[in-house]
Ligand binder design. Structure first.
Ligand SMILES: [Zn+2]
Length: 462
């Protein structure tokens, strides 16, 4: 998916090294383009688009390269996505233009995820409808009066101009055109209306995605976008109004799509609007947990994001650390269950079942009060007096013994199920700790420094 350019790629865009080595731009241009890109993403995270911010957070590699004429998101070989951007193009656009283009590209990924139906995807009129609605949303959301300009000429499809052409075409054939606002209301209304034209405008206008589409792997797009939507939903649920509005708007715009409603239903997005999906029970904490554990257990060395990106993620209340690929080894997860709280059996049963379905994971189950006691799922656990998170940390970090033995393994994740009522701790590796807090409990790890992954579980009967 490249913005506003028809030139076929000169090299394999999924090949990171080839892309980075291709005819490099002048170092000062590259530096300025990178600065613009970072500034744009910071604004997205803080105010303008939580979805775009999350999507680019999941593009592990962001490469300035002249191998693309504009900007493109492509799938890399390892199933993740790459952001490629032409440094001269970004510098010519300036910050506002860069934001427009990055927002536009992110929306294409969302579109591709929500409307994967082949009869739509291969339809040039739907492509144009997407250009129209994406640019309309970008103009509104980024508060712009017009398209970005490069050397004085506008870049991309102008939704108002397309609407004008549509109005003229329909009027010439005695049909009633929709006013602009209704025309751009959803992706499918724009599509349906363009189809009413005698000769819908296509190829000569649109930002060409077909060539690079060949390199887009739908699975990679789905993984990146569904994670971005989930995190935006969660941020919305936690009171981030920008995230909440954006998701609501996206749901409205994708109305009428079969796959889109399925996706919104399975994400439990209806609960943002006070309705629950008819098809399944909404348990956000479970979706959150799968995402968080997934990122802890994915392969490879850990990399910390640069400071600005960290600030973006921190603004959304998220952990700024992400895993990278590397050699495969068995992962170790410790589940520690606070016997002083009231944890219904179905929560433990759900966790046990989940762990059973993850490949190459070894789980250790501990119960704890003031001391730590290993147990097997299904066994009854009994609690004594007091609660100590420090007892769990001491054991997991190899400082204390249980039944005369130390815990020798290197953990990848520590999951604590608790009501949170006990002295606070800072573990040696806080980014590995995931706290599940029962209803009515204290979610202090969320406000702790350093902040730890933390979510309330629904402990009502189900
Ligand atoms: Zn486009």
């Amino acid at each position: 998916m490249t913005f506003g350019d028809k030139r076929p790629p000169v090299i394999d865009l999924a090949d990171r090294r080839a892309v980075a080595a291709w005819r490099p731009a002048a170092p000062e241009v590259v530096a300025e383009a990178v600065r613009l890109k970072e500034a744009a993403l910071l604004d997205f995270g803080l105010t303008e688009s939580a979805v775009a911010s999350w999507i680019y957070a999941k593009c592990h590699h962001q490469i300035p390269t002249t191998a693309v004429a504009t900007a493109a998101v492509v799938a890399s070989g390892d199933g993740s996505c790459l952001l490629l951007f032409n440094p001269d193009f970004f510098v010519a656009l300036g910050l506002d233009g860069v934001k427009f283009v990055l927002f536009h590209e992110a929306r294409h990924l969302v579109q591709r995820h929500l409307f994967v139906e082949p009869e739509l995807r291969n339809d040039a009129v739907f492509e144009l409808a997407a250009e129209v609605t994406i640019n309309h949303v970008a103009l509104v959301r980024l508060k712009r009066a017009g398209l970005p300009e490069r050397h004085g000429s506008p870049v991309g499809v102008d939704p108002a101009a397309v609407h004008e052409r549509y109005t003229r075409d329909l009027a010439e054939h005695g049909l009633d055109p929709l006013p602009y606002a209704a025309f751009v209301e959803t992706d499918l209304t724009a599509y349906r209306e363009l189809k009413r034209m005698k000769r819908p405008p296509v190829a000569d206008h649109i930002c060409i995605h077909q060539q690079t589409d060949l390199q887009m792997d739908q699975e990679a797009v789905d993984a990146v976008v569904s994670s971005a939507l989930l995190n935006t939903l969660l941020a919305g649920g936690r009171g981030h109004t920008g995230a909440r509005n954006e998701i609501n708007d996206l749901m409205n715009r994708s109305e009428g799509g079969e796959r889109a409603s399925r996706i919104w239903g399975s994400l439990g997005a209806g609960s943002l609007r006070g309705r629950t999906s008819a098809t399944r029970r909404v348990d956000w904490w479970q979706r959150w947990f799968v995402d968080v554990v997934g990122s802890r257990l994915s392969e490879g060395e850990r990399l910390v994001y640069p400071k600005k990106r960290g600030a973006v993620l921190a603004a959304l209340g998220q952990d700024p650390i992400m895993a990278r690929r590397g050699p495969v080894r068995e992962k170790v997860v410790v589940f520690a269950y606070d016997t002083s709280g009231s944890m219904p059996a179905h929560v433990v049963a759900w966790l046990t079942d989940l762990v059973g379905r993850i490949d190459r994971v070894r789980a250790h189950w501990l119960s704890f009060d003031a001391v730590v006691m290993p147990f097997q799922p299904g066994e009854r656990v009994f609690g004594g007096g007091g609660t100590s998170f420090q007892a769990v940390a001491d054991y997991v970090e190899g400082r204390s013994e249980v039944h005369g033995a130390r815990f020798e393994e290197q953990v990848d994740a520590v999951v604590i199920l608790t009501d949170g009522h006990a002295p606070h701790i800072t573990p040696a590796e806080p980014d590995k700790w995931i706290w599940l807090i029962t209803q009515g409990g204290d979610d202090w790890p969320d406000r702790h420094h350093p902040q730890m992954s933390c979510h309330r579980v629904t402990t009502g009967s189900s």
